[in-house]
Design a protein around this ligand. Structure first.
Ligand SMILES: [Zn+2]
Length: 839
């Protein structure tokens, strides 16, 4: 709905720089009326100064119908709104702009998202402004370095609760007024409105709130104590580390429906995906990762909210710090001592994957020319590689110096904006050294180094000499350690710094055969790690009994990398999996390794499913009844099992002692049965009646997409192309391509490339990118020439170029790997597909 001539414009850096020089925004007063069902009234008064009186600029308003605009008392013609820009001419030194508009609610996660709970019909609203969707909610100068206090007033149905970034209160039935928060970047504005279920507490003088929709209240109530105490622990740790008090007046954490991402760090009002409110039983890994996300968002109150980035090329300044701090305090609060194992195998590997893509970019790029491009950098590089680089920086200058520098940084840029150069200047002053060279190597370059042991052995296999060498450019300084894990349980660990191509490592001569030599023990640096042949041979004996969770995570990561890089045959990987994975104590590590085996190898026909089911069954048999570990292993088994097990579990038979088959597990059972063609639409419909929740609708969509019938595939394709509900579209996309269904899905390989602009278009950017990614024909090598043809088009949208290029790169890797393997039985499905066609 727009009365605009022309499409909306993505703000460029040059435009943002000019406007930042020109304007000083004094304050926004935003008044919303959300009593309507399809759209809401938005009225904004913005006071701002102009450094060059007489100059022109524009204010942004996207997707709304402009009713009235008045600049310094002079009405402006609403028809002058061009796309999302209203020109403002002849500015004075001090200006007042008044804008009234009518804006539509969204159902895709941008602006004000409106959700109707299928369980009770209640309506919930939440604001989602990143990166440039604040302008969907109120007229604003929508760029991160034009910060201003945003005072909010809301008219809502009288029975609703309304929350904003700052503290506020109901001043009359249905009327809410909020205090002015400290200056905010517009993208951090948010609000909630609806009959939210609220829990309140206080810690260290800070009012805390937890909110969710009413139908999830039992879940929130069951976990409220854990959530409040986790929040309090993270607050205490940050106050100790940062030496700067929490800079906002209250801290609400809300769990919101139909959320595309993990969470958003709106000051004082963080929105999380509501899947973080677990059903009755949750795994240890789920609780740990929820803690890390909560701690990540809280860290943003300093990194991103108190000190904001100036422009989107410094997204890493927000994300790398929040990522680093989230994992750090998970360990330091004592709540999740082995959290770094998850970081190593899950997050850091995410960084490595992104860093190997055609689309890789420096942690701190300098070519983010407009806001639309910025959305692409919320990836493993900005988060995980950036966090790993910060761990190296702390090791280089010393943690005390690092923290002292951060305190100075918060002080100097309090409620303002900063850049990489600003951060380096402050840390460099504190450390008494110039850090620009370090930043060039770690933040301004791309790619990972590979660390490789160079070993000589005596005739009996005893180790004689050990050196470590790095490959990949640029050569970076790596401060980490090497450890030797012997089969008798003894460990020898030596720290080293590798600041050139290779260094010798003393202290390991005489290590017997059967010892695993692990470079980057402790996962201190960001690098790929290789194992020497002797260590590799020792893994099946050493790995199951290795006590150090982080060492196991680094080893499993090295093994996965070796398979992906065609240095280890899938059969050897599978043998190691069978020998060592059932004993893996860390649920997160187990899940990551199994996911690689299942989605990377078994779905491509590179290894069979049956031994994976055997691994899971063995691990399940050893898990304590009713434990999180038991649930982890049960879910893992369900994801790879054959129909017999699934049917009996669904019928409540032959269940492991203590295992509860709740709605979540029932849906998982049904999904796998659907994939195998052993369940149909009738079963899905019955389950949907049993679980009429929003989560149920999403799981039903996943099951429908997986069904092996032509009609189901046609319907699913319509959903992933055209359904505006982001979560339904994502669930459909993620389950559309299934091994063994090639005759049904073949036509969609070409359809994908024809439809992909429509799949992306019209969706909230983050959701659209994910649907594009999930629906890429990753298991069919016929997609390669089609992808290449699309990439050859000069006019291809940059987001599509990135997603298609990366999807094709991954597919090409596996296609090559399949061609290298001996024997027809181990050829990947992507290569044997043409044989299947002859049936
Ligand atoms: Zn973040």
């Amino acid at each position: 709905m727009t009365n605009a001539a022309g499409a909306s414009h993505s703000l460029t850096r040059a435009e943002a720089e000019r406007r930042a020089r020109l304007l000083r925004v004094r304050a926004y007063a935003v008044d919303l009326d959300v009593t309507g069902d399809t759209d809401y009234d938005t009225a904004t008064v913005v006071d701002f100064a102009c450094t060059e009186p007489g100059a022109d600029t524009f204010v942004e308003l996207k997707g709304a119908r402009l009713v009235k605009a008045v600049l310094n008392g002079q009405p402006l013609d609403p028809a002058r709104l061009d796309g999302n820009r209203l020109p403002l001419t002849g500015l004075r030194a001090e200006n007042r702009l008044e804008v009234e508009a009518v804006a539509p609610y969204s159902h895709g996660g941008e602006g004000i998202h409106r959700f109707t709970d299928p369980e009770d019909g209640e309506v919930y609203l939440y604001g989602q402004a990143p990166l440039d969707d604040a302008q969907r909610i109120f007229a604003c100068f929508d760029q991160p370095d034009l910060k201003a206090p945003i005072t909010l007033r809301v008219t809502a149905p009288p029975q609703w609760t309304v929350r904003g970034n700052a503290a506020g209160a109901r001043v009359a039935p249905g009327r809410w007024e909020f205090e002015a928060p400290p200056p905010l970047s517009t993208y951090l504005f948010s609000l909630l409105a609806g009959p939210w279920h609220v829990r309140a507490a206080e810690h260290d003088g800070i009012p805390l709130g937890l909110l969710c929709r009413r139908s999830l209240a039992p879940r929130l109530d069951a976990d409220a104590e854990e959530l409040f105490s986790a929040t309090a622990a993270a607050f205490d740790r940050y106050h100790a580390l940062f030496g700067v008090r929490y800079p906002f007046t209250k801290y609400d954490q809300s769990f919101v429906p139909e959320f595309s991402g993990g969470a958003v760090e709106n000051p004082g009002l963080v929105n999380f995906r509501e899947e973080f409110l677990f059903r009755a039983v949750a795994t240890g890994s789920e609780r740990r990762r929820r803690f890390v996300v909560m701690a990540h968002e809280l860290a943003h109150m300093w990194f991103g909210d108190l000190v904001a980035l100036r422009w989107w090329d410094d997204i890493w300044l927000n994300e790398a710090f929040a990522e680093y701090m989230g994992w750090r305090v998970a360990g330091e609060t004592g709540r999740h001592p082995a959290a770094l194992a998850d970081f190593a195998i899950w997050r850091e590997r995410w960084g490595h994957l992104a860093d190997e893509r055609p689309s890789t970019h420096p942690v701190a790029p300098d070519d983010v020319t407009d806001t639309a491009l910025a959305m692409l950098n919320f990836d493993g590089i900005s988060y995980a590689k950036g966090a790993a680089a910060l761990r190296q920086l702390s090791a280089l200058i010393g943690d005390d110096v690092f923290l002292t520098g951060l305190r100075a940084y918060f002080d100097r840029f309090r409620f303002a904006n900063a850049t990489l150069a600003d951060l380096l200047a402050v840390l460099g002053e504190t450390a008494g050294r110039d850090l620009t060279g370090w930043a060039e190597l770690w933040l301004r370059s791309t790619g990972a180094n590979t660390l490789r042991p160079v070993v000589t052995r005596a005739a009996d296999g005893t180790l004689e000499t050990l050196a470590v060498e790095q490959s990949g450019r640029p050569v970076r300084p790596h401060s980490t350690a090497v450890a030797a894990y012997a089969s008798d349980g003894s460990v020898r660990r030596v720290p080293f710094t590798l600041d050139r191509d290779a260094v010798p490592l003393d202290g390991f001569a005489g290590s017997p055969t059967g010892t695993v030599l692990l470079l980057n023990d402790g996962a201190a640096t960001y690098a790929k790690v290789r194992l020497d042949d002797g260590s590799r041979a020792a893994l099946p004996a050493v790995l199951p009994d290795l006590d150090d969770a982080l060492a196991r995570a680094v080893i499993w990561t090295a093994v996965i990398d070796a398979v992906r890089d065609a240095l280890m045959p899938p059969a050897e990987f599978l043998a190691l999996l069978v020998a060592a994975l059932p004993a893996e104590r860390e649920e997160g590590v187990f899940d990551e390794v199994l996911a690689f085996a299942r989605d990377g190898l078994a779905r491509r026909g590179l290894i069979p499913f049956a031994p994976l089911a055997g691994v899971c069954a063995t691990a399940l048999a050893d898990a304590a009844p009713a434990s999180g570990r038991q649930l982890t292993m049960a879910r893992a088994l369900v994801s790879v099992a054959d129909a017999g097990v699934l049917r009996s579990w669904l019928a409540g038979q032959d269940l492991p002692d203590g295992l509860t088959v709740d709605a979540g597990l029932r849906w998982a059972l049904l999904l796998r049965l659907a994939v195998l063609g052993a369940a149909g639409e009738d079963d899905i419909a019955v389950e949907e009646l049993r679980d009429p929740s929003a989560a149920g609708a999403e799981r039903a969509a996943a099951c429908r997409a997986a069904l092996p019938t032509a009609a189901a595939k046609a319907k699913a394709w319509d959903v992933l192309v055209g359904d505006e509900r982001p979560r339904i579209a994502m669930a459909t996309a993620a389950n559309f391509w299934q091994p063994g269904q090639e005759p049904l899905t073949d036509p969609y390989v070409e359809r994908y490339f024809a439809d992909v602009p429509a799949i992306l278009g019209g969706r909230y950017a983050l959701a659209g990118l994910q649907v594009v990614r999930f629906s890429f024909p990753q298991y069919d090598s016929r997609a390669l020439p089609l992808a290449d043809a699309m990439l050859a088009r000069a006019d291809l949208d940059p987001s599509l170029r990135r997603e298609i290029g990366d999807g094709a790169d991954e597919l090409r890797r596996w296609t090559r790997l399949g061609e290298m393997l001996p024997g027809p039985s181990s050829k990947p499905r992507i290569a044997v597909r043409r044989v299947d066609e002859g049936r």
